[in-house]
Design a protein around this ligand. Structure first.
Ligand code: SF4
Ligand SMILES: [Zn+2]
Length: 448
């Protein structure tokens, strides 16, 4: 993060006629005192910044994209297709805030402790029809003694159930077996790379062996896995390609979420590790020598936004997705099956006519863009991806996600209002996980 350019910033605010570089106004928080403040998304020299000023703590500015053109076109598409009326259908379950690790990057020390969720509470929320998927997260779910009971209860209500875990317990075969037996659909494991030096920096200990063992156990049990890789600048950008290659050859890995490093402390001392999803996209483009190109990833978002719109699914703007199809030789990018440029231009025409997209028009547009040779594969694959479920056995498709999670520096309230995840605690149901996190930090004694 750059140091305050107070003069320049105040000039921008003072000159209300000169807002040509303002992409959007939003609200955010001061990363020091956590007060709600105004913020702007602005363009400067082809880059996009989130900029804001606290009266006491000055100006804060971070780069959120290196390509203003891409940012603007995606944002326009996002707000055209998104609506405030979409109900939240995916929730984290905050079963317990306990953990068996102490990662230096963890934000839980800035959140309030909550009471463990009771099975009665689980029964109550599992009867809510609008919720399709529960993820036990926000704390290490494997430390929770009632985990198996909770999963079984949710599965009896026919919900999709996932856990976000550090993977340590799952390295034990018997524990992994029990997870499978109680019906878990999917496991997301933190996996930041193949070098234990990285684990020491980000996780405080050498855990590579345990994580690889956990993935192996889940593979043997045919449980689909997501790798959640936190990428920090100067620490593990070089692992993006290695994690991708590993995932291509391990067919129980359903997706990789490359998640950018977030900063929750008010000290700014780790801001050199800051990186945005936009940077991660450039890394994969370079690593694959354009086989997974930045251009295609940007275009693919439009299909995804359109799909979310027609099924009324909430979606974060700072989550970019892409797909590859595993083949005998390696992989093919989804752009080989769908003409992404064509979909984008059809959608643009549709948008100009100011029409509302529905499922029928979406399917018509999509079918015009499928490569006939790969029609069956693409339809099967898209169904697999879009239904949001978890296929059993070897998986043909690998989904790549490049994402950032709200922190006090990059929190953008206009986007968090559409957050793709809510959270259920012992006390309440919160529709936006990002806003929940910020509210937790406002009340944190550890941040003062
Ligand atoms: S494993 Fe997760 S919950 Fe536990 S300390 Fe690390 S980041 Fe926090
Ligand atoms: Zn402040």
């Amino acid at each position: 993060m750059s140091e305050p350019h107070a003069k320049e910033y105040l000039t921008q605010f003072a000159d209300t006629n000169n807002r040509g570089n303002v992409i959007r106004d939003t609200r955010s928080v001061c990363p020091i005192c956590m007060k709600d403040i105004n913020a702007m998304i602005i363009e400067k020299e082809e880059k996009v910044y989130l900029t804001k000023k606290c009266r006491i703590h000055g100006v804060f500015e971070i780069i959120i994209s290196n390509n203003a053109g891409d940012y603007r076109q995606l944002q326009d598409c996002y707000f055209y297709l998104n609506s405030d009326n979409f109900l939240q259908s995916e929730y984290y379950l905050n079963a317990s805030t306990a953990c068996n690790m102490a990662c230096p990057l963890c934000y839980l020390c800035y959140c309030q402790k909550t009471e463990d969720l009771t099975v009665d509470k689980i029964k109550e929320v599992s009867s809510l029809k609008q919720i399709k998927r529960f993820t036990l997260s926000h704390g290490e779910p494997t430390t929770f003694v009632r985990l198996f009971e909770i999963i079984s209860t949710l599965k009896s209500a026919k919900k999709l159930v996932n856990i976000h875990t550090n993977g340590i317990k799952i390295a034990e075969w018997d524990y992994a077996r029990k997870l499978k037996d109680c019906g878990i659909d999917h496991v997301s494991i933190q996996f930041d790379g193949f070098d234990d030096q990285i684990n020491k920096v980000l996780r405080g200990q050498e855990v590579k062996k345990d994580k690889l063992k956990a993935i192996e156990n889940l593979k043997a049990l045919a449980v689909p896995v997501t790798l959640n890789a936190t990428i920090a600048r100067g620490v593990n950008e070089d692992q993006v390609g290695k994690i991708f290659d590993y995932s291509i050859s391990n067919k129980n890995i359903k997706d990789i979420s490359f998640i950018t490093y977030s900063e929750y402390a008010p000290t700014k001392e780790n801001m050199d590790k800051y990186i945005m999803p936009d940077d991660l996209i450039n890394i994969i483009d370079e690593y694959t020598q354009g086989a997974i190109s930045r251009r295609d990833i940007i275009l693919f978002q439009k299909i995804f936004y359109a799909y979310c719109s027609v099924i009324k699914k909430r979606k974060c703007f700072y989550y970019y997705h892409y797909m590859v199809v595993r083949t005998a030789q390696g992989y093919n990018a989804i752009s080989e099956y769908i003409n992404l440029e064509k979909f984008s231009s059809l959608l643009e025409k549709f948008k100009k006519r100011k029409r509302t997209l529905n499922l029928w028009s979406f399917l018509c547009m999509l079918s015009c863009c499928l490569n006939p040779k790969s029609f069956i594969l693409a339809v099967r694959g898209l169904k697999e991806f879009f239904r949001g479920g978890f296929p059993r056995g070897p998986i043909k498709l690998l989904t790549l996600t490049f994402a950032s999670i709200c922190d006090p520096y990059k929190y953008d309230a206009a986007i968090a209002a559409h957050c793709g995840q809510g959270i259920i605690t012992d006390k309440q149901i919160h529709e936006s996980y990002g806003t929940y996190l910020m509210n937790q930090m406002k009340n944190s004694e550890n941040r003062i």
